[in-house]
Design a protein around this ligand. Structure first.
Ligand code: BGC
Length: 389
């Protein structure tokens, strides 16, 4: 059976500045990954040198068949020191956006994807009340220069992951582990998003703007219903309830999470990815439906992907095929879905885990930076070209 997607459906790949550009030496992640007392296995260094090789990567994405390109601009390059906005760096991002446009693709720009300039991270980053105003100034300066070239904008990537990993589990900068810190960070992330949304829209009212939320298909196991509601409330609802005036909700889903009475229920006997997540592509359909029913907004899948053990690309092909099918089913049932963005175009720097996990449709040689498309890249590219599976 062939499943045809709506006309104009967005097919693309996603990436993030710190994970691919290389040498983002002025942000908190660079500092964190170079410290001895953090869980980071290796530093990002040159990453994929996307900073210089972007024309090649953008052309590659287009040649595979995609019509949308998601990436992030790096705050610490644009504003390396408080109040100083580098026109040269903004021009660099204008060239990146121009290149995507020249290839006939839509641009999808994220303003904050996990990394924050060092000057803004000295007093606890998102715990510092000054962060909201600092973020607003950065978004305003950036969207004034880039706004005319931005089709889709994500203010903040996965604020829920930033809050939990950075302020409750100490796994991301600033490396804090405290309940109140998570709450403070959450409040400031939501405020920063709301102000950022308004500023992006006032720079260009045609830009469609929203938030990208990490969502999981939460399922109760062994009497875990109450606990599930609590965890999902912290991870999802508090954000979903605050974005109802946005243009879309960005859904980012990798797997499901089972919650038992005692907490997250890990089943080691299940087939897992290199990240330790259960291979469960069906999760995407469930989160799409939930995001739409909680917000009333159209959904843009801003991330979905897999890092299979040993980079087994057949597993990636099968995952993509099932995930895309769940998107089709959600649309067929009446849920408005604008597009599907695979994480990621390139194998890249996977935060604390360094370069070991491989999410890419394209492999990157760590010495020469040469790119090599995997069969899954051609597979998803063909779906994108035909707009059907
Ligand atoms: C993040 C990416 C990350 C990916 C895979 C998402 O949570 O936005 O930066 O690489 O998941 O773990």
């Amino acid at each position: 059976m062939s499943m045809q997607f709506p006309e104009g459906f967005k097919w693309g790949t996603a990436m993030c500045a710190h994970q691919v550009e290389g040498n983002n030496v002025l942000n908190d992640w660079w500092e964190f990954e170079h410290r001895e007392d953090t869980p980071c296995v290796e530093p990002s260094l040159d990453a994929c040198d996307f900073y210089h090789l972007y024309p090649e990567d953008i052309k590659l994405a287009k040649s595979l068949g995609f019509n949308t390109f998601r990436f992030s601009v790096e705050w610490s390059r644009i504003e390396p020191d408080e109040g100083y906005f580098s026109r040269a760096e903004l021009n660099h991002y204008r060239r990146v956006l121009g290149c995507i446009k020249d290839e006939g693709m839509d641009t999808n720009v994220t303003f904050h994807h996990f990394s924050t300039p060092i000057f803004a991270s000295r007093n606890g980053t998102f715990q510092d009340p000054l962060i909201v105003d600092r973020f607003a100034k950065y978004v305003e300066a950036t969207s004034k220069v880039l706004g005319d070239l931005i089709d889709f904008a994500v203010t903040i990537n996965e604020p829920n992951i930033v809050a939990v990993m950075g302020y409750r589990l100490g796994m991301f900068p600033p490396g804090v582990s405290d309940k109140d810190a998570r709450l403070e960070a959450t409040r400031n992330l939501i405020k920063a998003h709301s102000i950022g949304f308004e500023l992006i829209k006032s720079a260009n009212s045609r830009t469609k703007a929203g938030l990208a939320l990490s969502m999981s298909d939460y399922q109760a196991a062994e009497g875990g219903e109450e606990r599930l509601e609590k965890i999902r409330g912290i991870m999802e609802d508090v954000y979903l309830e605050n974005v109802r005036n946005n243009d879309f909700i960005g859904v980012q889903t990798y797997s499901r999470t089972r919650i038992a009475k005692s907490g997250v229920h890990i089943r080691p006997e299940l087939n897992v990815t290199e990240m330790g997540y259960e291979i469960y592509p069906e999760a995407l359909g469930a989160t799409i439906r939930r995001a739409h029913s909680m917000t009333g907004l159209p959904v843009l899948v801003t991330e979905n992907g897999i890092s299979p053990v040993d980079d087994d690309d057949e597993i990636r092909v099968s995952f993509i095929s099932k995930a895309v099918e769940t998107v089709y089913k959600a649309i067929a049932e009446g849920t408005p879905v604008l597009g599907y963005t695979y994480w990621s175009l390139l194998d890249n720097f996977e935060w604390v885990l360094g370069y070991r996990p491989h999410f890419g449709l394209v492999a990157v040689d760590r010495e020469s930076f040469a790119r090599k498309v995997k069969p899954s890249g051609y597979f998803l590219g063909e779906i994108a070209t035909k707009n059907e599976i």
